[in-house]
Design a protein around this ligand. Structure first.
Ligand SMILES: [Fe+2]
Ligand SMILES: [Fe+2]
Length: 266
């Protein structure tokens, strides 16, 4: 099974450049082209939040148009820039899966790897939260899947990255999530967004990771008092490749024209 992950698309109303600088629309179009050119094709594409900038229906309309040519099926979760209700209406393939809770949570059982979309957002706030109700939902949902290999995809990573200004708007009540995940050793990976960089760490007996943005990246600055800054490092996406023998192996790919592959000289 091949799972592609895109994150932090940050599409703006009117297709305007985000922050007056980043042409997120053109950059997402290039990401869609890159994904469509993959051989083999991904079985599914996960989009881990901050799909648009302000959560409006107009922005989601623009987003849907850009994503229309995508060949692989798409599953989304909200980020802090999204509005979960408007998102669910715009993406019924993900939205219709949302259970009868106030959150945008769902499980997908039709692939060899079970996928759990998990909503960490707090409306109108940058940080994320795992409240008691969400920790309980995750525990029940993981238990219902038995011991099948499982990937949880969400926006806010459950770990400190060392980038001070982002960590200060990170996930709260992480121990509640860690306690649940520790009970379920079949969780192969927790894949996230929000930090706009490829990052990974050990977490609660599994691996937690962040995918780069399809647009702008967060400046790699590990000073705790460093300014909140973005940078036009190469955009990218991740491919999580699963086989029963090797488990889940993650590749980070850059989006852009870096020339044609050339063969080894022997
Ligand atoms: Fe973001
Ligand atoms: Fe975010």
């Amino acid at each position: 099974m091949l799972i592609a992950q895109i994150s932090d698309l940050h599409i703006q109303k009117g297709g305007k450049p985000a922050y007056g600088v980043v042409d997120t629309v053109s950059m997402l179009k290039r990401a869609v082209e890159a994904l469509n050119a993959l051989d083999p094709q991904p079985d599914v594409v996960l989009a881990t939040g901050d799909l648009v900038e302000r959560g409006s229906a107009e922005e989601y309309g623009i987003l849907r148009e850009i994503l229309k040519p995508l060949k692989a099926p798409l599953l989304v979760v909200p980020g802090n820039h999204d509005a979960r209700g408007t998102l669910a209406e715009a993406f019924p393939d993900s939205g219709k899966r949302v259970g009868a809770s106030e959150f945008f949570h769902y499980a997908v059982d039709e692939f060899p790897v079970r996928l759990i979309g998990y909503d960490t957002t707090v409306p109108k706030h940058h940080h994320g939260e795992v409240c008691a109700a969400r920790a309980d939902w995750l525990d029940r949902t993981l238990a219902a899947g038995g011991d099948r290999p499982t990937v949880i995809f969400l926006h806010h990573p459950p770990f400190k990255t060392g980038i001070g200004h982002m960590d200060r708007s990170g996930l709260t009540n992480v121990p509640a999530m860690a306690a649940v995940v520790k009970k379920h050793p079949n969780v192969e990976r927790i894949v996230c967004g929000h930090i706009h960089r490829a990052i990974q760490t050990r977490f609660a007996g599994t691996i937690a990771s962040v995918a780069p943005s399809t647009a702008h990246q967060i400046n790699l600055d590990l000073r705790q008092d460093g300014p909140a800054a973005m940078k036009m490092d190469p955009p990218g996406y991740q491919l999580h490749y699963w086989t029963p023998e090797a488990g889940l192996v993650t590749h980070t790919a850059a989006i852009g024209d870096y020339g044609e592959p050339f063969n080894f000289p022997w």
